[in-house]
Design a protein around this ligand. Structure first.
Ligand code: TXD
Length: 306
């Protein structure tokens, strides 16, 4: 393949992302995990599916970062889940240490790469990766908005009984309870959502979107969502490698856009071959802007704990 992608963390989100990239022949993939030969085993298993599915992407797995050298894009999904009795701050400290180590190893071998962060708490891990890599914001950003917006799009399509293809949505802000679903910029065949649903039904969809991750956790009992998260990462990687310039909500380091500075928050970004091409500034109402600022303040609070 013309491109190479590394995915660190061969768990649920990581391995499924690798599978999607390989099956679409988007790139060759290196998959790294700290767990012994687990990544090697998953890579071999996926390669053995290639003759049946007919893809020629190469997948290499292992625990040594040398297989990642020269990657165009690196996706970081490595981390610990929150265990019973572990506070959010404990999790922050643990995943900070993992992210520091992982990003350090990656940028040594792929100094020109684009980093897509996935590990939670997402916006804080983006900041850790930014500090360790020293990359400009074009090359270090996070996946959350595409996932949150996909959930919202699905809920809207189901509510109205229309194709998911006809629904666009934008969920901005931090990847947490205070994320900001924007009904005005959510459209069905181009028609803004408030013209199609009353306030109560929109509120219900917004709330379900905000709690979308928790809803899946509650059903799975073990682990968290990975089919939709990996699809979201795939869309971002594809827009970058194919230089599609899709406008996708990503966690980007803001430099004054939306009145926010020196904080990662979900905003619409144009993704192309160099990473974030541009942060798109949509006009917000005062109420929407306030919600976005509240959400960004939550993220800043986490930054202070780093
Ligand atoms: O919207 C979003 N950003 C998210 C974020 C959507 C879904 C999942 N989100 C977060 O991604 C989730 O809260 C976790 O922080 C990560 C990964 O989720 P996943 O469900 O894939 O977790 P797993 O299955 O536990 O996989 C994590 C893997 C596991 O195989 C560990 O062995 C590995 O990470 N791991 C490491 N790999 C390399 N190096 C180190 N240090 C390391 N530590 C753990």
């Amino acid at each position: 393949m013309d491109h190479k992608v590394t995915v660190v963390g061969a768990g649920h989100v990581g391995a499924t992302t690798v599978q999607r990239i390989a099956e679409a022949e988007l790139a060759d993939v290196a998959m790294v995990d700290i767990m012994g030969d687990m990544a090697k085993g998953k890579a071999l298993d996926m390669m053995e599916s290639a003759p049946v599915l007919g893809f020629d992407s190469k997948i290499e797995g292992g625990s040594d970062y040398d297989i990642t050298a020269g990657s165009d894009v690196c996706v970081v999904t490595a981390g610990l889940p929150r265990k019973p009795g572990m506070s959010r701050d404990d999790l922050l400290a643990k995943n900070k240490a993992i992210t520091q180590e992982v990003v350090g190893e990656l940028v040594k071998r792929s100094p020109d790469t684009i980093l897509i962060m996935v590990t939670n708490p997402l916006d804080a891990m983006c900041e850790v990766a930014r500090r360790v890599s020293g990359f400009g914001r074009e090359r270090v950003f996070g996946m959350a908005g595409v996932l949150d917006s996909a959930r919202m799009r699905y809920f809207v399509a189901a509510e109205l009984g229309v194709s998911v293809k006809d629904v666009t949505a934008f969920v901005l802000g931090g990847h947490g309870d205070s994320m900001v679903p924007l009904a005005r910029y959510t459209t069905v065949a181009g028609v803004p959502l408030p013209e199609l649903l009353d306030d109560d039904r929109i509120d219900a969809i917004n709330n379900r979107t905000r709690k979308g991750g928790g809803e899946i956790v509650g059903l799975l009992k073990q682990g968290s969502a990975y089919y939709a998260p990996s699809a979201a990462v795939f869309e971002m990687v594809a827009s970058i490698l194919r230089n599609k310039k899709q406008i996708l909500p990503c966690s980007v380091y803001l430099k004054g856009e939306y009145g926010l500075e020196n904080v990662f928050a979900g905003v619409p970004a144009k993704l192309g071959r160099k990473g974030v091409d541009k942060v798109m500034e949509f006009e917000l109402t005062n109420a929407e802007r306030k919600e976005l600022h509240t959400s960004a303040a939550d993220v800043k609070e986490l930054f202070e704990k780093l």
